[in-house]
Design a protein around this ligand. Sequence first.
Ligand code: SF4
Ligand code: SF4
Length: 234
Amino acid sequence: MSQKEIEESLNLLEKNWEIDPIIREFVLGKLTDVADHTVKVKDVVFHLPFLTGEKKFVLWKCYWPDCHNCCDRQGRLPLTSDDLITIGKGLKYQKISEFIKKETVLVTWQEPGPSGQYTSMTTINLKRKEDETEADDGTHISCRFLDDKGGCSMHPDRPGVCYLYPFSTWLENEGGIARVHATFQFTGDCPGFYLADNLDPMKDVLKEYSPIIYDYNMKSNRTMRESFGSVNFS
Ligand code: SF4
Ligand code: SF4
């Protein structure tokens, strides 16, 4: 996402939520005194921003059900092979092939990596609106499965990726062992970021998300191996 797009998202967000001015500057990439603080929680290495000038961590909590902005401004819903089975069944399809044909769109997109490199991803994405095409990929669409109470009509069988936001995750090869890493994605759409002196307020969230993130990575990796998607490093 470009800085302009993030700024537009933040401006919209600020119509309904009060955003700390320091968080705003940080999300817009205007702060330079940012250190990467890593903390391992179970099988996941989390990378959390530490603002060295402020001596504060950037942490997160979710405001749902008062907020459902991530579903209102959903950019894409890549599916794992497990998702294809559970969501296909949930939408009453007898055959996965029929579900894929009617409810999904095949998309290739560039994923920015943690060290500035780009990875080309090809994934089967759940349509966020019935007439979605590849041209809509990455645009903000209010997801058709968001119900009038701000919940997901597919819950708990919603796409695995929906459980991740606002984290983004990747695998790194550490001496032949695949290690799962996670960090926040700052799209300007989430009001849940705040400043804190230490990691204590987020300890339970990290414990809750660690197995979710680990499982998602394993499922996503298996999806690529089963050729329901592909990944190319450039
Ligand atoms: S946008 Fe952020 S605070 Fe709102 S529901 Fe999504 S994750 Fe929670
Ligand atoms: S599938 Fe459900 S959780 Fe995911 S974006 Fe749509 S409404 Fe939100």
